[in-house]
Design a protein around this ligand. Structure first.
Ligand SMILES: OC[C@@H]1[C@@H](O)[C@H](O)[C@@H](O)c2[nH]c(CCc3ccccc3)c[n+]21
Length: 467
């Protein structure tokens, strides 16, 4: 049967380019459990989740989805979805219990079992080195606020590269350094729960140095492509007066990572702002940008929702849907846009704007992967054992159509990883917020493919989105 050439889109479907990589993503602390199993050391999320008041309902990751034992079930679900790749992360303290020196062989064994299982199933392992679960012993030594962590992370990367580099299909050094620095050290909603802008801006820089060291260590131990995953923001000013504020917000979240990595400097817009620019705060030393700017093979982008920003009215009173964010600024929840269970906006066009306006001008021809996109809804199992998550299906279809649009605009998006394979430990929200294509009954650990998972499987199989 001669292979028919399918145009990018026909009347009834949006076709993705041949070889487009479909995937699903998780992270170690969110799914594994086995918090102290087989030699694993404590992470800052073990500490944080066991600290009263930090996580909704007092939830913790002691068991989570029990993927430490049930990874075989997870791989079977990935096969059911038909995805080409699985994005997982390594628990640093499972491999190095104190974050430095001694390696826990049983920790390496676990990831060898998972990676071998994926390879056997014909699913490419896309491995994130760090997805927020820092060894507690390193936090006790200052964590990301201590510049020495760049060397500690480089050592960990070398261990991972040597142990798994022959079977890993792509490496991601860090997941969302902005969240690590600013949610962990500035507003303190995440582990380690610090509220200190000076430490946050130091962490911002040290994360980038660590990233650069990890790129070098992986290049020395693995032939697989290397990238980083950034959660980039789209800030939409609702009036011309708010445009300058929107640009500052994008510099504070996007520029402080894109500019050092791709342009060898921090954003000029933040010059003089020592609470957001590591350059202004004096953290940059000679040679730092050579380390940070190590050439990458791809950029990973996590994106969920846009933000709308405006100026506070002259009377100083926020209007309906407005939240005061500064002396004269507000964030706005526009009427008429759906919101998810996380109170995030559903506005699919924003991912196309992100890719065309913010990413492509910086990355050019460099491959881009959507390493996370998804939505949380109040899922429940019906009497006949179904999860009819129609809102998640609508979110998924809308955002895939927008990604297709960005590709048509010329952005070299090479793949899409749905967040998440499984309902899992959603950080400070605990198990109350479900993002999975697969429903997890945490009382029984039973996994149930949701309608959205069935729809995703059909999109993957067709490499196309039915209109
Ligand atoms: O909140 C859903 C997912 C998390 O479960 C992932 O671990 C994390 O990579 C991730 N990042 C984002 C976007 C930024 C964000 C960070 C922290 C909390 C909420 C949103 C959303 N998500």
């Amino acid at each position: 049967m001669p292979r028919r050439y399918f145009p990018m889109s026909t009347d009834d479907q949006l076709r993705f380019p041949d070889g487009f990589l479909w995937g699903a993503a998780t992270a170690a602390y969110q799914i594994e459990g086995g918090a102290d199993a087989e030699g694993k050391g404590p992470s800052i999320w073990d500490t944080f989740s066991h600290t009263p008041g930090k996580v909704f309902h007092g939830d913790n990751g002691d068991v989570a989805c029990d993927s430490f034992h049930r990874y075989g079930e997870d791989i079977a679900l990935l096969k059911r979805l038909g995805v080409g790749s699985y994005r997982l992360s390594l628990s640093w303290p499972r491999i190095q219990p104190t974050g430095r020196g001694e390696v826990n062989a049983k920790g390496l064994d676990y990831y060898n079992r998972v990676i071998d299982g994926l390879v056997e199933a014909g699913i490419e392992p896309s491995v994130t080195l760090y997805h927020w679960d820092l060894p507690q012993a390193l936090q006790d030594a200052g964590g990301w606020a201590n510049r020495d962590i760049a060397d500690w992370f480089g050592e960990f990367a070398a261990i991972a590269g040597e142990a798994f580099g022959d079977r890993v299909s792509r490496w991601i050094t860090l997941n969302e350094p902005w969240v690590v620095a600013h949610v962990g050290y500035r507003d303190g909603r995440h582990a380690p729960g610090i509220q200190d802008p000076a430490l946050a801006v130091a962490a911002n820089h040290h994360l980038l140095l660590a990233h650069g060291n990890a790129v070098s260590a992986l290049r020395a131990s693995s032939a697989a492509p290397v990238g980083i995953t950034l959660n980039l923001t789209v800030e939409r000013p609702v009036t011309p007066e708010a445009a300058a504020h929107a640009a500052v917000l994008e510099a504070r979240q996007n520029g402080v990572y894109l500019d050092p990595i791709f342009h060898g400097r921090y954003p000029e817009l933040l010059d003089g702002d020592a609470s957001f620019s590591p350059a202004a705060a004096g953290h940059v030393r000679d040679g730092d940008f050579e380390i940070i700017g190590a050439p990458l093979d791809f950029l990973g982008v996590n994106f969920y929702a846009p933000h709308y920003v405006g100026m506070l009215h002259a009377d100083g009173e926020p209007r309906r849907g407005e939240t005061v964010t500064g002396p004269d600024t507000v964030s706005i929840q526009p009427d008429g846009l759906p919101i998810t269970a996380m109170n995030w906006l559903v506005e699919p066009g924003s991912i196309r704007e992100l890719l065309t306006r913010i990413v492509a001008p910086v990355t050019g021809a460099l491959p881009v992967y959507i390493t996370e996109n998804g939505s949380s809804w109040h899922d429940y199992v019906t009497q006949d054992g179904q999860v009819n998550d129609l809102e998640r299906i609508a979110y998924l279809r809308g955002h895939l159509a927008a990604v297709h649009g960005a590709i048509a605009d010329g952005v070299p998006v090479k793949g899409y990883f749905a967040w998440s394979l499984l309902d899992n430990f959603e950080w400070a929200e605990g198990y109350a917020k479900r993002f999975g294509l697969v429903y997890v009954d945490f009382a029984t650990q039973e996994r149930l493919l949701k309608r959205s998972g069935e729809v995703y499987a059909s999109i993957v199989a067709a490499n196309a989105l039915p209109k």
